[in-house]
Ligand binder design. Structure first.
Ligand SMILES: [Fe+2]
Length: 375
């Protein structure tokens, strides 16, 4: 049996409530275990913890402009791998043309996040129209293809050797954030039946151990006339996510958890009102993220705590890197000029460190570490 050495203590001037009522003129920094779920200490600093003048050595934050990733191709298996570890692989795919083959991932479940474009998605389970802002969870082993209607940019998040599940909603109850009844599933509709008449030989590109094998059929294998069971492709759009907010307390990002993988979670930031209580923090608190590598993909809107970050960009804050709002956002620490955030972003929090691939390094913006410097 293991237990944390967990002894609540107070030294010097300190607030009793995290993220609120900070001693005047101080900046709060959280150090914690297990994301924001384990033992934690909250420091009240005289200076912003990101007020460095020089930053040297291998530990640093990264920003990548995925709009520039060279991964055009009519197959998700031609997507550029950008980040990876043993439990999650992140790829980015630009697809201008429809797929002339099917794919099947034998390595794990895939979570597709459609950043731009629109397509008809055909799979073992039927047909689903997909558009920007859609998450599509594709269970391992599903055969699928996309008929592209409007050029696609898709973030592919693979749960390596694992499955996607929904988070425990705890005291919020099962209908919070999004009701499971909001999940759309493919149907065996007229479009699906129509594509079955395309019975020329079809190739299925199967990915296993990240290598591709091709299986050729003399017919179209998306030929199901029916199915039953409790395993299925599901889709939800970010606009159908109803965020939890508190007017008196800045919630940790984990409150926005949307999907849970093996040793990582996917959270979604969607527009929400700012905190209004005079003593409550209105910006993310400084922290080191000590047990997780934190990735944010920016989808749409104004990214209120970051300067120089636009849609299609992705940041990586590795474990141990102190971060928090940029200087401009920090000015609004206790008073916000706007009533609400208008950002949409996808966060991946990985328990094990992520490797940056060559494809990601090629589109890195090297000046990101300097973006916390006061201007
Ligand atoms: Fe963070």
């Amino acid at each position: 049996m293991k237990r944390y050495i967990s002894l609540p203590r107070v030294e010097g001037q300190a607030s009793r409530q995290a993220h609120a009522d900070l001693p005047a003129g101080t900046y709060e920094r959280e150090m914690s275990k297990e994301g924001f779920f384990g033992p934690a200490a909250l420091f009240h600093h005289k200076h912003p913890p990101t007020g460095w003048v020089q930053f040297e050595g291998p530990l640093r934050p990264h920003a990548f402009d995925l709009n520039k990733v060279a991964a055009d191709g009519a197959s998700p298996w031609r997507a550029a791998q950008v980040l990876r570890n043993a439990s999650v692989r992140v790829r980015y795919w630009h697809a201008k043309a429809s797929m002339d083959h099917l794919v099947r991932n034998a390595d794990g479940d895939d979570l597709l996040f459609v950043h731009r474009g629109a397509a008809e998605f055909f799979c073992d389970y039927g047909h689903l129209s997909v558009a920007a802002g859609d998450y599509v969870v594709v269970p391992r082993g599903t055969m699928w293809r996309m008929d592209v209607k409007d050029p696609l940019s898709v973030l592919l998040i693979e749960s390596v050797n694992g499955s996607y599940q929904l988070p425990d909603k705890g005291l919020l109850g099962g209908h919070a954030i999004f009701d499971p009844a909001m999940l759309d599933t493919p149907t065996l509709d007229a479009a699906f039946v129509a594509q079955q008449s395309d019975d020329r030989p079809w190739r299925v590109l199967v990915k296993r151990h990240d290598a591709i094998s091709t299986v050729t059929y003399p017919f179209n294998p998306l030929d199901a006339v029916g199915w039953h069971g409790d395993l299925c492709v599901v889709r939800i759009n970010v606009k159908d996510i109803r965020p939890i907010a508190s007017h008196r307390y800045h919630l940790p990002p984990s409150a926005h958890t949307t999907f849970v993988g093996n040793r990582f979670v996917v959270c979604t930031f969607v527009p929400r009102p700012f905190e209004t209580d005079p003593g409550a923090l209105k910006v993310p608190f400084f922290h080191n993220n000590d047990d997780y590598d934190e990735v944010i993909f920016y989808h749409a809107g104004n990214f209120f705590s970051r300067d120089n970050i636009g849609p299609g960009m992705m940041t990586l804050h590795p474990c141990g890197f102190t971060h928090g709002p940029h200087p401009k956002a920090l000015q609004n620490m206790l008073v916000q000029s706007k009533p609400a955030t208008d950002e949409y972003a996808v966060m991946i929090d990985a328990r094990d460190s992520l490797e940056i691939t060559e494809a990601a390094a090629a589109v890195e913006w090297g000046g990101y570490v300097d973006s916390w410097k006061a201007k």
